[in-house]
Design a protein around this ligand. Structure first.
Ligand code: PLP
Length: 372
């Protein structure tokens, strides 16, 4: 039996989402005006309304996309192209879905600084207007929760539209889009137990991203294409259950995570912990200097523990994570990183299983050393 500790990467679909998805798998085009189209439309409208209510948005602000990546692309590129300005403000710790999108605009890019705990620590660059400012709500590697409300308020005061990548947060922490004050927000269904290949973009009426994709005008023209009704229903079902569990799961996961961290620190020498508060309750990112992250992952896998190095772009490439380097971690230490992310089905048994195998795994990976 394997123990899945990679919930920041994805999580098993919740049964309520599977049920909703199967129930509506044969829905036809919700854009059609005849009876079957109207029936599909009604399911879609209900899902949109549920999601809007759970995230503090209006139904019209909910745009269904094919992924969190797509939502980030549509928002960042669309807001950039809607502006006459050519400057973008971002952070050095964004997921590639934002990082590469910003790079592809060709804009002049200014980075908000990050401190040694992995948190954005100075927002003063936001006082000068830009085409768009974009900041993730919580980092996918370290779990560090960023000061997004202050970020949105300060950028808005300078007249800059804001995008928040909330892919790691939606379903794990309470989200109120209007209270947050951002212009757009991205989420991804498979991170909270919905289907993979389904995302959400919340977008205010104004300023709205200009269309990046062109087509039949669905989703306010921001995301044209025939809608996937079954996925919309599954997202609504998954999010309803996830939001209802936020408080109890946050407390339960934080306790398990703390026990895992303390157990590791008492059993293994020379450990660098990267996850610092405020952080997502289920995240534990740490390094075992002298070992190679990829070796650790492989050896853990052999022992039935599924974890990741945490770095979306360096998985399998044996390279230090840019997120850790931005927080001032040395290249040597960053290369020994492993991320354990806990979730719904994580129990004390999971923690015991990891603590049982990790000391030997680290010793063997350290003996194998670094790959040059
Ligand atoms: N943004 C962040 C912070 C993420 O962690 C991820 C996925 O790992 C994404 C964006 C991309 O989401 P998706 O897998 O739905 O494309």
């Amino acid at each position: 039996m394997s123990h899945f500790l990679d919930h920041a990467a994805t999580m098993p679909m919740r049964q309520v989402a599977v049920d909703a998805w199967v129930e509506h798998a044969q829905a036809l085009n919700p854009g059609s005006q005849y009876r079957s189209g109207r029936a599909a439309r009604s399911v879609l409208d209900d899902a949109r309304e549920t999601i809007a209510g759970l995230l503090g948005a209006e139904p019209v602000e909910v745009i269904f996309t094919a992924s969190g990546t797509e939502a980030d692309n549509l928002a960042v590129t669309g807001l950039y192209e809607a502006s006459p300005l050519t400057r973008i403000i971002t952070t050095p710790i964004e997921h590639p879905a934002v990082l590469e999108t910003v790079r592809a605009t060709g804009a002049q890019v200014d980075h908000l600084p990050v401190d040694a705990t992995g948190h954005v620590c100075d927002l003063s660059l936001l006082d000068t207007p830009a085409a768009v400012a974009t900041c993730m709500w919580a980092n996918n590697e370290t779990g560090a929760i960023q000061p997004v409300a202050e970020f949105a308020a300060r950028a808005t005061a300078a007249g800059t539209p804001t995008h928040v990548d909330a892919v790691q947060v939606v379903g794990r922490l309470p989200v109120d889009f209007h209270a947050l004050g951002a212009t757009t927000l991205a989420a991804s269904a498979h991170k909270f137990g919905g289907p993979r290949g389904a995302g959400l973009l919340l977008a205010r009426r104004s300023p709205a991203p200009v269309p990046v994709l062109h087509g039949g005008g669905q989703e306010r023209g921001i995301r044209p294409g025939t809608l996937d009704v079954a996925s919309a229903a599954a997202i609504a079902a998954a999010l309803t259950e996830a939001v209802a569990e936020i408080d109890s799961e946050a407390a339960r996961l934080a306790a398990l995570r703390d026990r895992l961290r303390e157990g590791i620190l008492t059993r293994i020498d020379d450990v660098v912990v990267h996850t610092a508060e405020p952080a997502l309750p289920g995240h534990l990112h740490l390094s075992f200097p002298g070992a190679e992250g990829d070796s650790l992952i492989m050896l853990l896998d052999q022992q039935g523990v599924e974890a990741s190095t945490g770095s979306a772009c360096s998985s399998g490439v044996n390279r230090a994570s840019d997120v850790l380097l931005a927080a001032g971690v040395s290249d040597h230490d960053a290369r020994g990183a492993v991320r354990f992310t806990l979730g719904r089905e994580t129990t004390d048994d999971t923690v015991d299983a990891v603590l049982g195998v990790l000391p030997d795994v680290v010793a063997r990976a350290r003996a194998a050393g670094m790959a040059g």
